[in-house]
Write a protein that binds this ligand. Structure first.
Ligand SMILES: [Zn+2]
Length: 226
């Protein structure tokens, strides 16, 4: 993909930024640094750090410091952080794992901002990544297989697609519909669903090979046909 965004010429190298934050920490006699205060002190925008190091946490790690988050992290910061932790673990994180060194943001901060339990926060995360509403995902998760299909096929797997599997498939498919390429990031309003290629009712299993990411439109066009 061609990137047409015009970036201002950046006079700093990675190393210069690292030395700057180390000097900042020295001067302030701190071991952890907050993005906003450092950037203000050094006279750069926070996006400069993002451009060089992707995240504030990466930057601090490179400088041998611990990242500190302002008291005013918003939901998006928390969801972005959850995505990092989830990717790093390669599975759905447990509540007790949301702490240093894995997560620079604590579980209590999540609970304070979302006012939800950890499972519900993970649900909201999948909703955020897929564009599908929390209610919809919950409905899919609660789906009880019909008695006939239960006995007709000797299923090895559960029909319900857990949050963990959902994330794996979304990620494998680059958070896009495999048919038309729709993605909530590029096409606001589009919703991604995880679909059994061979329907469960026809003996399909809840396995990576039999699952795919589809947007609502492509999903509806498909229904029970394969
Ligand atoms: Zn589609």
């Amino acid at each position: 993909m061609t990137d047409y965004t015009i970036t201002r010429y950046n006079p700093y190298t990675d190393q210069e930024l690292i030395e700057a934050v180390q000097k900042y920490a020295d001067e302030h006699k701190i071991k952890n640094a907050a993005s906003s205060s450092f950037c203000k002190w050094f006279g750069i925008s926070e996006t400069t750090i993002q451009r060089h190091f992707d995240t504030w946490a990466n930057f601090c790690k490179a400088a041998g410091l611990s990242p500190r988050y302002s008291r005013f992290v918003n939901k998006e910061d928390l969801l972005n952080n959850l995505e990092k932790v989830w990717s790093e673990l390669g599975r759905q994180p447990r509540a007790k794992e949301i702490k240093q060194p894995l997560s620079p943001i604590s579980i209590s901060r999540y609970q304070k901002v979302f006012r939800k339990n950890w499972y519900e926060i993970c649900l909201e995360f999948i909703s955020w990544k897929s564009g599908a509403s929390v209610e919809e995902i919950e409905r899919e998760l609660r789906h009880v297989p019909a008695v006939e299909s239960d006995t007709q096929f000797n299923h090895k797997t559960n029909r319900n697609i857990s949050l963990s599997i959902r994330y794996d498939i979304l990620k494998r498919d680059n958070f896009r519909c495999v048919k038309c390429g729709a993605s909530p990031a590029l096409n606001p309003g589009s919703q991604l669903h995880i679909d059994h290629k061979l329907p469960w009712s026809k003996g399909g299993e809840t396995e990576e090979d039999n699952l795919q990411t589809l947007c609502s439109d492509c999903n509806l066009g498909k229904s029970n046909k394969t």
